[in-house]
Ligand binder design. Structure first.
Ligand code: WTA
Length: 704
């Protein structure tokens, strides 16, 4: 029977696809002979091997980097589009692949080096042998003390400490699906995710260091458990790792029979070995919640075999990780970058992966470079926000330290060419190759990037599609926007790949609607060619085939490389009873790329003396329901929102006002006069010079 798909919100007015983008073409930079000589991927034949005529079997190459309990029969099963299945029939365990299989050769090598935020605490190394012991003991605890078995879900709300990968790998050993929630998210945000995934166990910690302070993290667990309960899920056990032996960083009381210190239970399982469970390649490995175009975050469900194969391939060929390397990715493990490129990819390759607990500029702008020097890091991975922050706070700091990177990554946001050049010249000392990797939580691993020894770098451009990834830019009508046309459009991936998520946890329909409805012309088709993946990013492609990513075309704001849904923030605002309407828009920020700005309309009977208190309430509710990362730049109380005659709130106009951009034609609005009064509020009485604004903000036209 034909399935009918609800269409994505139609894009209104200016869309990315209609905008001509003009910028200076940047010059190429080339990798050094030294880098090329040692690279894992210096054979240009890769392009041929991963070309369309060899799809999907080309991905065997990645899967063959792993150790399988049972080899698969079918590389790609397309019988139920767009629910692709990879390496069907295969059995594999992710924990075995990241730990056990390295013992023969590397048991005494550091798997993880933990750098605590306080500089008075020395870095701690965990060898592969030690990781093996800890993962096994904790897996025994999960199995025997918590009664967890394969297919169960566990929510993990932990900071950047080695116990986090230990916990993840212990889950993976049993086939328990982990759902790590970023430690900076509030207790409520964590609780809602725990409820959505049906987690009966929460694993967290008493506290951690951030900017010189030992934060109480347990308090968030109490809120999370209460929130989950209200949402219908009872968390039966909460396990707390401890930041300092014999201390408690939290003042909140333990609940008898529910809360347990890990270090009090773990000795019972001392020396236990838990056999890794051979999992179906298609068994879910983890959930990672991310923001989308509705208020409810979606649980991206990643498969075991395909995901692990894909991140291992990306780590080997794009990150150029060798077992001898000291690799440092500064992302948080609570985001997809940390899952793929701190834990699973590097450990599958027997690398040494560095985990830093704290703030990059604590206690000063030289901290990152001191860590790099002390540990002799040679591969470095971070986001444009961190690069901008380090550049601003210590432009010449890197020159003071004796470290040498061979390879650096930028990920998460578009990087400005001048920031790229600082990264290259000053951080990389002109020696390190840079990859600008474009991808998303949904994708498992990279989609567009240069191959570091093979393709020249171009500041500000991610590069061509990854081997085996065939990107294209489509306009609103589904027509291809050609390379070199100077026109932007929606970047899509024409084909399935092993790292793509399986579905949205518990919501198949939303998976289809969100990513495939927009461009699938025949929903009965079993051909993957009919199912382009819609990434919700605007992009342009230069004549050389390189993609430049402009930013989101939906209502997601990328704050400091982290995804926040405008709808999530708006829903939080609306829980304040005095708020009648709320609209959230992105504002350009020098360091964080974008920050949210909030507009609210109050209930009719509210008087100005109450405004201050309401603003404080709105601020507070955003922090408690989502987290400090969602803190708005400003909250503006406005008399009314600009609306179309059919009553649709025009966020695009508010975004234009907040960014001193042209609002465009407003005469068709139901209330055009409101725009002027809001403009005066936002920009002051003087007319501010209006610009056409950054190109990617123009693409934000589609949010309304
Ligand atoms: C943005 C992070 C430009 C993009 C891995 C995407 C980028 C969103 C880049 C996904 C890049 C990611 N250049 N923009 N190299 N990488 N983005 O899910 O808008 O946290 O859709 O995954 O970040 O963010 P997410």
């Amino acid at each position: 029977m034909a399935r009918t798909l609800p269409k994505q919100n139609a894009v209104v007015e200016t869309s990315a696809a209609q905008i001509a983008v003009h910028w200076r073409e940047e010059e190429y930079y080339y990798p050094s002979a030294k880098f090329v000589g040692q690279s894992n991927l210096s054979d240009p034949d890769i392009n041929e091997r991963f070309s369309e005529k060899n799809f999907p079997e080309c991905f065997r190459e990645y899967a063959d980097l792993l150790s399988w309990d049972k080899y698969w029969d079918t590389t790609l099963d397309t019988s139920d589009p767009p629910f692709w299945k990879w390496f069907v029939g295969g059995k594999i365990n992710a924990s075995y692949n990241c730990v056990d299989r390295h013992l023969d050769k590397y048991k005494n090598k550091a798997a993880i080096i933990f750098v605590p935020e306080p500089e008075s605490e020395a870095p701690v190394s965990l060898t592969y042998r030690e990781l093996y012991v800890r993962v096994n003991e904790f897996a025994a605890l999960l199995r025997d003390f918590c009664g967890l078995k394969s297919g169960d879900r566990v929510t993990i709300h932990m900071p950047m400490i080695p116990e986090l990968p230990v916990t993840m790998l212990a889950c993976a050993r049993l086939g328990v699906i982990h759902s790590v929630v970023f430690g900076g998210f509030s207790g409520e945000a964590c609780g809602l995710r725990a409820a959505d995934s049906g987690s009966k166990v929460l694993i967290t910690m008493d506290g951690y260091y951030r900017n010189g302070k030992l934060l109480d993290h347990k308090a968030a667990a109490d809120i999370a458990i209460e929130t989950a309960k209200q949402a219908g899920t009872v968390v039966e056990k909460a396990l707390f790792w401890r930041r300092h032996a014999d201390q408690n960083a939290s003042t909140s009381p333990f609940v008898e029979g529910r809360d347990f210190w890990v270090d009090e239970i773990l000795p019972r399982y001392s020396g236990e070995i838990v056999p890794p469970v051979p999992m179906d390649a298609e068994a879910p490995l983890f959930l990672m919640y991310t923001s989308g175009s509705t208020g409810k975050p979606k649980g991206c469900q990643h498969r075991t075999g395909g995901y692990l194969a894909y991140v291992t391939g990306c780590s080997k060929y794009i990150q150029d990780i060798h077992p001898e390397d000291v690799y440092w990715c500064m992302a948080d493990i609570g985001w997809i970058t940390g899952h793929s490129f701190i834990v699973y990819g590097p450990l599958a390759l027997a690398a040494t992966s560095v985990i830093y607990e704290g703030v990059p500029t604590y206690p000063d702008a030289g901290r990152v470079w001191r860590i790099a020097e002390r540990l002799d890091v040679n591969i470095f991975h971070t986001s444009p926000t961190a690069i901008r922050m380090l550049r601003k706070s210590g432009h010449d700091e890197p020159t003071k330290y004796n470290y040498h990177f061979k390879h650096m990554t930028t990920v998460g946001e578009p990087i400005e060419p001048e920031v790229w050049r600082w990264y290259y010249e000053t951080v990389g000392k002109g020696e390190a190759v840079i990859v600008d990797t474009w991808w998303q939580t949904e994708n498992g691993g990279f989609l567009c990037t240069t191959k570091p020894a093979l393709d020249p770098m171009k500041p500000g451009s991610a590069g061509p599609g990854m081997p085996g990834i065939y990107p294209t830019i489509l306009d609103e009508m589904g027509e291809e926007v050609h390379a070199g046309s100077g026109k932007a459009g929606n970047i899509c991936i024409r084909n399935p790949w092993p790292g793509i998520m399986q579905t949205i946890w518990g919501d198949r329909d939303r998976f289809v609607t969100q990513y495939y409805a927009k461009y699938c012309k025949d929903t009965n088709s079993k051909n993957w060619q009919d199912w382009p993946y819609f990434a919700a990013d605007g992009a342009v492609q230069a004549v050389d085939g390189y993609f430049r990513i402009l930013g989101r075309v939906d209502d997601v704001i990328n704050v400091a490389g982290h995804r926040l849904g405008t709808k999530e923030i708006e829903s939080a605002c609306l829980t304040v009873p005095e708020v009648a309407e709320a609209a959230v828009v992105p504002v350009v920020d020098e360091i964080k790329g974008r920050v949210p700005e909030v507009y609210i309309v109050l209930q009719p009977d509210i008087l100005p003396p109450q405004h201050q208190e309401i603003l404080a309430k709105v601020n507070h509710v955003i922090e408690t329901m989502i987290g400090k990362i969602a803190r708005p730049r400003r909250i503006l109380i406005v008399p009314d929102m600009p609306k179309t005659r059919s009553g649709k709130l025009m966020r695009r106009i508010l975004a234009a006002l907040s960014n001193n951009m042209n609002t465009g034609d407003i005469t068709t609005l139901a209330n055009p006069d409101v725009v002027e009064s809001v403009r005066v509020m936002v920009q002051g009485k003087e007319v501010v010079a209006l610009t056409d604004g950054p190109e990617d903000l123009k693409a934000f036209g589609s949010v309304d």
